[in-house]
Design a protein around this ligand. Structure first.
Ligand code: ZN
Ligand code: ZN
Ligand code: FE
Length: 728
C-alpha cells in the first residue's frame, strides 16, 4: 500500500502492534491511511489506529524491518483460516500449485492447529519438518508476494502430502487419491478424513444407506450430523438463508451455522430436527472434492466416540477407522492443537457462537479489566477454560465433557499449553462452586490462591464481560444445572448482579429430581416429579401416552424416591422443566444426548400464536397451573406443536413479568440473558424482542457461548474484579 501511494518509510511487527513510519505528500499519506483501514486482510482486525507526527531523516524507500525482540507484553496467535480465493485461483493456474491440497498464504491456512510455541515462526510449527523449496523460499522472502512470511507456505514439491489408506493398499498419488475418494463416496461409502484440527468422518449426505453406516460407526450417537455443502447454491436446495447467515457461512472462520431446513437430506442426518448444521468448504481438499463429484452435500462429523475429543493422532485414527471405514485419508502435517468445528447460529441479525473452536480460538476476548495471571478452570459438561493476559481473556477451544478420561487429559494438556504459549504466570485459580467438577478438583491441586464462583453468577458475569457492563444488572440465568449456595441445584435464576456479588432475587420453585443424574438422562422422571407434586398418587392413572411407556415397577420406585427423599436433590432448573414438558408431551422421554429433550421440544413448536399458560409469581415461580394446562390440552387432543409453542411463550412471559417487577423494585433497566437454555432460538428471539419493546436494554451472548462453554469468562471476570477491589 505504501508503494502504491509513492510513500517511503518502514513497517515493523511488534508485540504491542504494528509500527509504520510513513514519509511523503499529505494526500498520499491520507490515501495510505484510508487504504490501511479499508484494505486490511480479511482475517485481521484493526483494534485502533494512532497517528503521531515525528521528524525522521529521509527514508530511501519503503521496507519491512525485522521484528523487535519479543516480550511477554502481548501475544497473539491467529486462529486457523479458511483457504482464500487467491489461493483457490493459484490452484488452477500457478505451476507448482496445480490442485495443490495444501496451498495457503499470509491470508489463509493453518495457524493455531500447527503452532507449538511463539514467536510464530515456521520452526515453531509442525511445518518445521518440511524444507521449503527454492520457489517457495522466493515467495516467502519477497515483500511484495502474498506469501511473504507465510509460515506454512508449501507447494507440490516441498509440502505435506495426503495418503489414502484402504484395507488392501495405500495410495500416494494425489490425483488417484482424489479419484478413489470420490468413487468411494459416490458409492455410498464412509471415509475418515484428516482435516485442519482433527479427523472427520464423511459420507454422502443424500444417501440414507451411507448415513446409516456412519451412524453405526459412531455408536451411541444420535445427534444431528453437520453437513458440508459444495456452495451456497447447494445449501439453497435445502434451506433458505438470511444475509447474515450467508455472511457467517462465507466468513473466513467457516463455522457450522444452524439454519432452518426447508427440505431434508437423508433422514439420518438431522434425526428429526428441523435445522441443519451447515458449513462451506474451508480446506483446499474440500473444494477439490466437490469440484470432481456430483455430490453436493457431505456429512462431515467429528471423528470421535460419543464424548471423547476429536481424534488427531494418526496411528490411533488409523487403528480406529481402517477396518470400520472404507478408507482413511490422512496427511503428514501434524495437528498439534486439536480444534473441532465451531458451531454458530444467527439470532435476529446477530451472530451467536455456541461452540467456540476452529476459526475463533485462540483470538482473545478483550475485557475492560486486568485479568493477568488468572486461570479460570470452567465448568464440567461443555468445558472451556480461560487464561488471563493483560486485558485479554484467552478462552480455550471447546474441550468437552471432563468426565470422559480422554477429554480430561486433553483439558489438562491444553491448559498447560495455553499457560506456556501465552507466557502466563498463574497467580490465582478460579473455579466453580461444585466440589465434584473435575475442573474444580484440578484447581484445588494447584497450590495457588483459589476462588470458587457460583455457576449462575459466572453465567451472568460472562455475558457482562462480553459487553463491558460493569454495573448492577438484572441477570436471567436459565440452564440445566449448577450448584447453588444453598446446596440445591439451581437453573432458573433471576439475579441482581454485578461482578463482585449477586443476590438471588427470584427463582423457579424447587421440584424433586428423583435419581439426580438419572433424572437428567430420563426426562420422563421430571414429568413424573411435576405430576406427582400436583396430582399426588392419582397421577399414575392419568391417560397420558408417555406414562404408558414407563415400567410400573420403575415408576413406583421413582415415587418412593421422592417420598422418602432418597437420592433426590431439589432443583429450580428451567432445563429440567423443559425436560419435564418434553416428556409429558411424549416428544422425548429418554435423553440420548445432552439437552436432547429441550432441543426436540423446541423443534416441534410451530405456529404464531401468542397464547400462554397460567403461572403464579410469588417468592418463587410456580408453574403447577401451567402443567395442569398442558395435561388438559393433551387430554383434549391439542397438538404438541401448539402445546410446545404455548409453553415457550409462557417461559417468555415469566421472564417478562419477573424482569418488570425487579425493575420496579431496583430501578435497573439492563437485562442480561445467559445459560444454555438460551440456545433455544425461539425463546431468545421472542424474549429479546419483547423486552426491547418495553424499553429494556437487553444483552445476550454473541462471541462467547451462552452455555457452560462461556462460564470460564465469567469466572475470570469475577476474579479480576474481586482482586481489583482488594476483596480477594
Ligand atoms: Zn491464501
Ligand atoms: Zn515449495
Ligand atoms: Fe450452566
Amino acid at each position: 500500500m505504501a508503494q502504491n501511494n509513492n510513500l517511503k518509510g518502514t513497517v515493523e511487527n511488534r508485540n504491542d502492534g504494528v509500527l509504520v513510519y510513513i514519509q511523503g505528500g499529505d494526500k498520499d499519506v491520507q490515501q495510505f491511511k484510508a487504504d490501511v483501514e479499508s484494505g486490511a486482510p480479511p482475517a485481521s482486525g484493526i483494534r485502533s489506529v494512532r497517528i503521531t507526527e515525528v521528524s525522521k531523516p529521509d527514508f530511501a524507500d519503503f521496507r519491512i524491518v525485522s521484528s523487535k525482540s519479543f516480550s511477554d507484553e502481548i501475544t497473539l496467535v491467529s486462529p486457523d483460516i479458511a483457504v482464500c480465493s487467491d489461493c483457490l485461483e493459484d490452484m488452477k493456474r500457478q505451476p507448482g500449485r496445480l490442485n495443490h491440497p495444501f496451498v495457503n498464504c499470509t491470508n489463509c491456512g493453518p495457524r493455531f492447529s500447527i503452532i507449538r510455541s511463539l514467536p510464530y515462526d515456521r520452526s515453531k510449527t509442525t511445518m518445521d519438518v518440511f524444507k521449503m523449496c527454492g520457489d517457495c523460499s522466493e515467495e516467502y522472502e519477497n515483500v511484495l508476494d502474498r506469501r511473504f512470511h507465510a509460515q506454512p507456505v508449501a507447494c507440490l514439491g516441498c509440502g505435506p502430502r495426503y495418503e489414502l489408506i484402504t484395507c488392501s493398499r495405500t495410495e500416494r498419488n494425489f490425483s488417484k487419491i482424489l479419484a478413489e475418494l470420490i468413487k468411494i463416496l459416490e458409492a455410498g461409502g464412509t471415509v475418515a478424513i484428516k482435516g485442519l484440527g482433527g479427523y472427520f468422518l464423511a459420507c454422502d449426505a443424500a444417501s440414507q444407506a451411507a448415513v446409516s453406516k456412519l451412524r453405526q460407526l459412531k455408536i451411541r450417537e444420535n445427534k444431528p450430523f453437520a453437513v458440508m455443502f459444495a456452495d451456497l447454491n447447494a445449501i439453497h436446495e435445502y434451506a433458505n438463508t438470511t444475509p447474515t447467515e450467508e455472511q457467517l457461512l462465507l466468513s473466513w472462520k467457516r463455522p457450522i451455522v444452524l439454519i432452518r431446513a426447508e427440505r431434508s437430506l437423508a433422514p439420518g442426518v438431522s434425526v428429526g430436527f428441523s435445522t441443519i448444521g451447515a458449513m462451506l468448504p474451508y480446506m483446499p481438499l474440500h473444494y477439490l472434492l466437490f469440484e470432481h463429484t456430483g455430490i453436493k452435500a457431505l456429512v462431515l462429523t467429528s471423528g470421535n466416540f460419543s464424548d471423547e475429543p476429536i481424534l488427531i493422532d494418526d496411528k490411533t485414527a488409523l487403528d480406529t477407522f481402517k477396518e470400520s471405514c472404507d478408507a482413511v485419508l490422512t496427511h503428514n502435517r501434524i495437528i498439534h492443537n486439536r480444534v473441532d468445528d465451531s458451531v454458530t447460529m444467527v439470532v435476529g441479525r446477530e451472530t451467536s457462537v455456541l461452540r467456540r473452536s476452529r476459526g475463533y480460538v485462540p483470538a482473545p476476548v478483550m475485557v475492560d479489566m486486568n485479568v493477568e495471571g488468572i486461570i479460570a478452570t470452567g465448568a464440567e459438561l461443555v468445558n472451556c477454560f480461560c487464561v488471563g493476559k493483560g486485558n485479554q481473556a484467552l478462552l480455550s477451544q471447546h474441550i468437552g465433557d471432563l468426565k470422559n478420561m480422554e477429554t480430561y487429559i486433553f483439558y489438562q494438556e491444553s491448559l498447560e499449553r495455553f499457560i506456556e504459549l501465552f507466557r502466563v504466570d498463574p497467580e490465582l485459580y478460579v473455579c466453580d462452586l461444585h466440589p465434584e467438577y473435575l475442573s474444580t478438583k484440578y484447581a484445588l491441586t494447584k497450590e495457588k490462591k483459589l476462588l470458587q464462583v457460583q455457576h449462575h453468577h459466572a453465567h451472568i458475569a460472562s455475558c457482562m464481560a462480553e459487553h463491558a457492563l460493569d454495573e448492577k444488572v438484572i441477570g436471567v440465568a436459565f440452564d440445566g444445572a449448577g450448584l447453588g449456595d444453598d446446596g440445591n441445584i439451581w437453573g432458573g435464576e433471576f439475579l441482581i448482579s454485578d461482578f463482585a456479588s449477586y443476590t438471588r432475587a427470584v427463582h423457579f420453585d424447587y421440584v424433586p429430581m428423583p435419581g439426580g443424574d438419572m433424572a437428567t438422562l430420563n426426562p420422563w422422571r421430571m414429568a413424573v416429579s411435576y405430576l406427582y407434586r400436583i396430582y399426588g398418587i392419582d397421577m399414575v392413572w392419568m391417560d397420558l401416552p408417555f406414562l404408558k411407556k414407563t415400567d410400573p415397577a420403575v415408576l413406583k420406585m421413582v415415587l418412593q424416591m421422592i417420598d422418602q427423599n432418597i437420592n433426590t436433590p431439589y432443583t429450580s432448573s428451567v432445563g429440567r422443566l423443559f425436560d419435564a414438558v418434553s416428556a409429558l408431551t411424549n416428544v422425548c422421554t429418554v435423553s440420548g444426548f445432552h439437552a436432547e429433550a429441550p432441543m426436540r421440544l423446541e423443534s416441534v413448536a410451530s405456529g404464531d400464536s401468542e397464547a400462554v399458560y397460567k403461572f403464579v409469581l410469588g417468592k418463587t415461580i410456580v408453574v403447577d397451573t401451567m402443567i395442569k394446562g398442558i395435561v388438559k390440552d393433551l387430554i383434549t387432543g391439542v397438538s404438541v406443536q401448539d402445546i410446545s409453542l404455548k409453553f415457550h411463550n409462557t417461559i417468555g412471559a415469566i421472564i417478562l413479568d419477573v424482569v418488570r417487577s425487579l425493575q420496579s423494585l431496583t430501578g435497573i433497566n439492563k437485562v442480561v440473558l445467559s445459560g444454555g437454555t438460551f440456545q433455544n432460538r425461539y425463546l431468545i428471539e421472542h424474549t429479546v424482542k419483547r423486552l426491547r419493546s418495553m424499553d429494556f436494554e437487553v444483552y445476550s451472548h454473541r462471541r462467547v457461548p451462552c452455555n457452560d462453554g462461556g462460564i470460564a469468562l465469567g469466572q475470570i471476570a469475577i476474579a479480576a474484579k474481586k482482586r481489583e477491589s482488594g476483596q480477594w
